[in-house]
Design a protein around this ligand. Structure first.
Ligand code: NAD
Length: 471
């Protein structure tokens, strides 16, 4: 068992009382680590340290700042096996996927900023003006548990690259890689106060962070409800704000698509990380005449997602990250059955022989009403809703009929047609025919899915203010 008993403030590990939170292994329910439950006092110290560090760090030449990001990149590579195993245990991500996504994406995103930063126009000339892009200041970063290190890196790397200093409050469900990151920053001698880690409950440490008058910007990833509290807190004293929230993304399969490939691609996308993915394509929209055929294919694909221990190389569907998440998802499956959707795979009962951990069966509903709860609310588990539509116009209307707008997909034999449909979707990203993740492309949502963008040059701009000098 891993014991973390200090928080990282001002370049040092500091003791912070005796309160501890337990971190549970998703596949067994056993305690795998403990972390400090810090309080407002530690949070205040961390913000003060970040404030003190800001003038020097923001004036440190970009080349110097990038040297630290380069060292971070090397260390993330060196510790990638440990990161993958840690997240496989705390979140339940199957180990193969944990290697490529939970450990691989943080490396890829850090590497992307090593390319973006030197090319970014921090200073430009427009007529008689010099336009300067300058760091926002002290950033309060609060992150969730589903891709724990990736979501931290998406904030910390561009923030440090921009010249900001950071106070991070990670989720208590999966916090261990935040501690690994702090160990890395200690090992590479990042100047004191530039990065600070304070763990603890959202309503205590998180709340103190968002209310703190010395925090200039809040960067949050998490649920839409918590995001609303960030919005209110930011409004109080005009803090800059970036929000990456929930989703209920639609995959539109057009009649001319390769049905087999489209259904398979959508199911795989929906079940990624056991459905604990904000961009998951959880609504599959199919032409009414192909509905039954699509259900058959989807059920067969779902059958292959046998739940198992995430540390087993063969496992394709791990457990959910916590007991409460499992209960929420099972409740949604029961709600779907009561709403007259047709259960065609999975169900609310726990899979046989896996009683210790937080497992849920890969579930598919057919003939789902687009206004049903399971078609409107984010479930955050392996649950797919198949929705029939009559024509292209109706498909777009259904896709746009939730309050969210984070991601989506279009499948068609004709790329121009797919692009035409994609362009009508009120959402931040659309994958055409399963188009691959691109770390240089912007990521973020419309509507209740958030505000601002992460990744690429857009993710860097979030941490910059603009000043113009008239010469
Ligand atoms: P959550 O909102 O419950 O918690 C996220 C973080 O906020 C945690 O660190 C938590 O401790 C903290 N927090 C909670 N209440 C707070 C408060 N009052 N003040 C300050 N901080 C507070 O979300 P979660 O359950 O950890 O994560 C799942 C959610 O995150 C899902 O809705 C998912 O869609 C969303 N998510 C979005 C993205 C994205 O990029 N759009 C990515 C991953 C997850």
């Amino acid at each position: 068992m891993q014991t973390y008993d200090k928080v990282f403030i001002d370049g040092r590990w500091q003791a912070c009382g005796d309160e501890r939170a337990e971190v549970f292994e998703a596949a067994t329910g056993e305690v795998m680590a403990t972390i400090p439950r810090a309080g407002e006092a530690e949070l205040n110290q961390a913000v003060e340290a970040a404030r003190r560090a800001f003038p020097t760090w923001s004036q440190t030449p970009l080349d110097e700042r990038m040297k630290y990001i380069h060292k971070l990149y090397e260390q993330l590579k060196a510790r990638s096996d440990e990161i993958a195993t840690t997240v496989a245990k705390e979140v339940g991500t199957p180990i193969k996927l944990a290697r490529s996504i939970q450990a691989g994406l943080p490396i890829g995103i850090t590497g992307s900023y090593l390319k973006i930063l030197p090319e970014f126009p921090f200073v430009e000339t427009v007529g008689n003006s010099e336009i300067q892009q300058v760091p926002v200041g002290v950033v309060g970063a609060v992150t969730p548990w589903n891709y724990p290190l990736h979501q931290i890196i998406l904030k910390v790397v561009p923030a440090l690259g921009a010249g900001c200093t950071v106070v991070l409050k990670p989720a208590e469900v999966a916090p261990c890689t935040a501690f690994i990151l702090a160990e890395i920053f200690e090992a590479i001698d990042l100047p004191p106060g530039v990065f600070n880690l304070v763990s603890g409950p959202g309503r205590v440490v998180g709340n103190a962070l968002i209310q703190h008058p010395d925090v200039d910007m809040l960067s949050f990833t998490g649920s839409t409800n918590t995001g609303r509290q960030f919005f209110h807190a930011a409004a109080e004293d005009f803090k800059r704000l970036a929000l990456e929230l929930g989703g209920k993304s639609a995959s539109i399969i057009l009649p001319d698509a390769d049905l087999e490939a489209a259904v398979k691609g959508t199911v795989n996308n929906c079940y990624l990380n056991s459905g604990q993915t904000c961009t998951a394509h959880t609504r599959m929209l199919v032409p009414a005449q192909l509905h039954d055929q699509a259900c058959e294919i989807a059920a067969a694909v779902a059958e292959r997602f046998t739940p198992g221990n995430p540390l087993d190389e063969k496992t394709r569907l791990g457990p959910l990250a916590s007991a409460s998440q499992r209960d929420i998802v099972q409740e949604f499956i029961r709600a779907g059955m009561q709403e007259d959707a047709k259960l065609i795979a999975g169900g609310p009962e726990a899979p046989e022989g896996l009683d210790g951990g937080y497992f849920v069966r890969a579930t598919v509903f057919g003939n789902v009403d687009p206004q049903a709860r399971i078609a409107q609310e984010e479930i955050f588990g392996p649950v797919l809703s198949i929705i029939p539509y009559r024509d292209e116009q109706e498909a777009v209307a259904i896709a746009n009929s939730t309050k969210y707008g984070l991601s989506g997909g279009v499948w068609s034999g004709d790329q121009e047609r797919a692009k035409r449909v994609a362009s009508q979707m009120r959402t931040g990203q659309v994958a055409v025919n399963g188009g691959q993740f691109n770390p240089f492309a912007p990521f973020g949502g419309f509507g209740h899915s958030g505000l601002g963008r992460e990744m690429g040059k857009w993710g860097l701009e979030e941490f910059l203010e603009v000043r113009s000098l008239q010469l």
